[in-house]
Design a binder for this molecule. Structure first.
Ligand SMILES: [Mg+2]
Length: 180
Protein backbone atom coordinates (compact mmCIF):
# COMPACT_ATOMS: atom_id res chain seq x y z
CA UNK A 1 0.00 0.00 0.00
CA UNK A 2 2.76 2.46 0.90
CA UNK A 3 4.19 2.12 -2.60
CA UNK A 4 1.07 3.82 -3.91
CA UNK A 5 1.34 6.82 -1.60
CA UNK A 6 2.55 9.93 -3.43
CA UNK A 7 4.82 12.37 -1.59
CA UNK A 8 2.70 15.26 -2.88
CA UNK A 9 -0.72 15.60 -4.49
CA UNK A 10 -1.28 18.82 -6.44
CA UNK A 11 -3.85 20.10 -8.94
CA UNK A 12 -1.30 20.84 -11.69
CA UNK A 13 2.42 20.91 -12.52
CA UNK A 14 2.03 24.67 -12.32
CA UNK A 15 1.45 24.26 -8.58
CA UNK A 16 4.78 22.51 -7.96
CA UNK A 17 6.99 24.40 -5.55
CA UNK A 18 10.39 24.22 -7.24
CA UNK A 19 12.22 25.85 -4.34
CA UNK A 20 10.94 23.21 -1.92
CA UNK A 21 12.17 20.49 -4.31
CA UNK A 22 15.52 22.25 -4.32
CA UNK A 23 15.63 22.18 -0.53
CA UNK A 24 15.10 18.42 -0.78
CA UNK A 25 18.23 18.27 -2.96
CA UNK A 26 16.19 17.22 -5.97
CA UNK A 27 17.97 18.06 -9.21
CA UNK A 28 15.95 16.22 -11.84
CA UNK A 29 12.31 15.97 -12.87
CA UNK A 30 11.09 12.84 -14.66
CA UNK A 31 7.87 14.06 -16.08
CA UNK A 32 4.95 12.28 -17.70
CA UNK A 33 3.51 13.67 -20.95
CA UNK A 34 -0.13 12.76 -21.54
CA UNK A 35 -2.57 14.41 -19.18
CA UNK A 36 0.32 15.86 -17.20
CA UNK A 37 1.76 18.36 -19.71
CA UNK A 38 -0.72 17.97 -22.57
CA UNK A 39 -4.34 16.91 -22.66
CA UNK A 40 -4.89 13.33 -23.69
CA UNK A 41 -4.58 13.01 -27.50
CA UNK A 42 -3.83 16.73 -27.93
CA UNK A 43 -1.03 17.65 -30.30
CA UNK A 44 -0.18 21.02 -28.74
CA UNK A 45 1.10 21.99 -25.38
CA UNK A 46 -0.38 25.04 -23.74
CA UNK A 47 2.22 27.84 -23.54
CA UNK A 48 1.97 27.92 -19.73
CA UNK A 49 3.27 24.36 -19.46
CA UNK A 50 6.16 24.89 -21.86
CA UNK A 51 6.99 28.05 -19.91
CA UNK A 52 6.96 26.07 -16.67
CA UNK A 53 9.47 23.56 -18.08
CA UNK A 54 11.67 26.42 -19.20
CA UNK A 55 11.41 28.01 -15.77
CA UNK A 56 12.34 24.73 -14.07
CA UNK A 57 15.39 24.36 -16.28
CA UNK A 58 16.43 27.96 -15.64
CA UNK A 59 16.13 27.19 -11.93
CA UNK A 60 18.75 24.47 -12.49
CA UNK A 61 16.59 21.35 -12.80
CA UNK A 62 17.34 18.67 -15.38
CA UNK A 63 14.10 17.58 -17.03
CA UNK A 64 13.32 14.35 -18.91
CA UNK A 65 10.00 13.22 -20.39
CA UNK A 66 9.12 9.67 -19.36
CA UNK A 67 6.06 8.52 -21.25
CA UNK A 68 4.34 5.28 -22.11
CA UNK A 69 3.30 6.84 -25.42
CA UNK A 70 4.85 5.94 -28.78
CA UNK A 71 8.16 7.57 -29.84
CA UNK A 72 6.59 9.79 -32.57
CA UNK A 73 4.44 11.61 -30.09
CA UNK A 74 6.99 11.86 -27.30
CA UNK A 75 9.85 12.91 -29.62
CA UNK A 76 7.81 15.79 -31.03
CA UNK A 77 7.23 17.30 -27.60
CA UNK A 78 10.77 16.55 -26.39
CA UNK A 79 12.32 18.35 -29.34
CA UNK A 80 9.90 21.25 -28.99
CA UNK A 81 10.94 21.57 -25.34
CA UNK A 82 14.58 20.71 -26.12
CA UNK A 83 14.78 18.07 -23.40
CA UNK A 84 15.62 14.33 -23.41
CA UNK A 85 12.89 11.70 -23.39
CA UNK A 86 12.16 8.06 -22.74
CA UNK A 87 9.18 6.81 -24.74
CA UNK A 88 7.35 3.48 -24.65
CA UNK A 89 8.42 3.57 -21.03
CA UNK A 90 6.15 0.77 -19.81
CA UNK A 91 5.67 2.45 -16.46
CA UNK A 92 5.36 1.18 -13.71
CA UNK A 93 8.40 -0.88 -14.75
CA UNK A 94 11.51 0.60 -13.21
CA UNK A 95 13.74 0.46 -16.24
CA UNK A 96 12.40 3.61 -17.96
CA UNK A 97 13.02 5.66 -14.84
CA UNK A 98 16.49 4.10 -14.56
CA UNK A 99 17.19 5.07 -18.15
CA UNK A 100 16.01 8.63 -17.53
CA UNK A 101 18.25 8.88 -14.45
CA UNK A 102 21.18 7.67 -16.50
CA UNK A 103 20.45 10.22 -19.23
CA UNK A 104 20.40 13.00 -16.65
CA UNK A 105 23.35 11.58 -14.70
CA UNK A 106 21.44 11.54 -11.42
CA UNK A 107 20.91 9.18 -8.49
CA UNK A 108 17.45 8.07 -7.38
CA UNK A 109 17.40 10.39 -4.36
CA UNK A 110 18.08 13.33 -6.65
CA UNK A 111 14.99 13.01 -8.86
CA UNK A 112 11.24 13.42 -8.65
CA UNK A 113 8.59 11.72 -10.76
CA UNK A 114 5.68 13.90 -11.82
CA UNK A 115 2.57 12.36 -13.35
CA UNK A 116 -1.19 12.00 -13.29
CA UNK A 117 -1.51 8.27 -12.61
CA UNK A 118 -1.17 6.46 -9.32
CA UNK A 119 -0.57 3.04 -10.84
CA UNK A 120 2.08 4.02 -13.37
CA UNK A 121 3.81 7.26 -12.32
CA UNK A 122 3.55 7.10 -8.55
CA UNK A 123 3.81 3.34 -8.06
CA UNK A 124 6.67 3.09 -10.56
CA UNK A 125 8.53 6.00 -8.98
CA UNK A 126 8.05 4.72 -5.43
CA UNK A 127 9.31 1.26 -6.38
CA UNK A 128 12.61 2.89 -7.21
CA UNK A 129 12.62 5.22 -4.22
CA UNK A 130 12.07 8.40 -6.21
CA UNK A 131 10.19 11.38 -4.82
CA UNK A 132 6.69 11.26 -6.33
CA UNK A 133 4.28 14.04 -7.19
CA UNK A 134 0.78 13.19 -8.37
CA UNK A 135 -1.05 15.89 -10.28
CA UNK A 136 -4.59 15.94 -11.65
CA UNK A 137 -5.18 14.77 -15.22
CA UNK A 138 -5.57 17.65 -17.67
CA UNK A 139 -8.48 16.13 -19.51
CA UNK A 140 -11.16 13.64 -18.67
CA UNK A 141 -11.30 12.52 -22.30
CA UNK A 142 -9.50 9.24 -21.91
CA UNK A 143 -9.52 5.62 -22.92
CA UNK A 144 -12.17 3.50 -21.27
CA UNK A 145 -9.46 1.55 -19.46
CA UNK A 146 -8.06 4.78 -18.05
CA UNK A 147 -11.50 5.73 -16.74
CA UNK A 148 -11.59 2.42 -14.91
CA UNK A 149 -8.14 3.21 -13.52
CA UNK A 150 -9.49 6.50 -12.16
CA UNK A 151 -12.18 4.67 -10.23
CA UNK A 152 -9.61 2.30 -8.77
CA UNK A 153 -7.42 5.27 -7.84
CA UNK A 154 -10.26 6.89 -5.93
CA UNK A 155 -10.94 3.65 -4.09
CA UNK A 156 -7.28 3.29 -3.19
CA UNK A 157 -7.15 6.87 -1.95
CA UNK A 158 -10.13 6.24 0.32
CA UNK A 159 -8.28 3.28 1.86
CA UNK A 160 -5.11 5.37 2.25
CA UNK A 161 -7.12 8.08 4.02
CA UNK A 162 -8.65 5.49 6.36
CA UNK A 163 -5.19 4.23 7.21
CA UNK A 164 -3.89 7.74 7.75
CA UNK A 165 -1.38 7.48 4.90
CA UNK A 166 -2.61 10.59 3.12
CA UNK A 167 -4.59 13.64 4.18
CA UNK A 168 -8.34 13.61 3.46
CA UNK A 169 -7.71 16.88 1.58
CA UNK A 170 -6.39 14.69 -1.25
CA UNK A 171 -9.94 13.83 -2.31
CA UNK A 172 -10.78 17.51 -2.72
CA UNK A 173 -7.63 18.17 -4.75
CA UNK A 174 -8.18 15.03 -6.83
CA UNK A 175 -11.76 16.05 -7.54
CA UNK A 176 -10.55 19.15 -9.32
CA UNK A 177 -9.49 19.43 -12.93
CA UNK A 178 -5.82 19.80 -13.76
CA UNK A 179 -6.39 23.03 -15.62
CA UNK A 180 -6.08 26.18 -13.58
MG1 LIG B 1 -0.30 10.47 -17.95
Amino acid sequence: MRRFVPDEVLPSVLDIDLSSLKRRKIKGLLIDLDNTLVGWGESHMEPGFAAWIKQAREAGFEVCLVSNAMPDRVDAFASELDIPRVSKAMKPLRRAFCRALRVLGLETHEAAVIGDQLFTDVYGGNRLGLYTILINPLSTRELRTTRLVRRLERRLFRTMIKRGLVSPAVMTIRGRRGHS
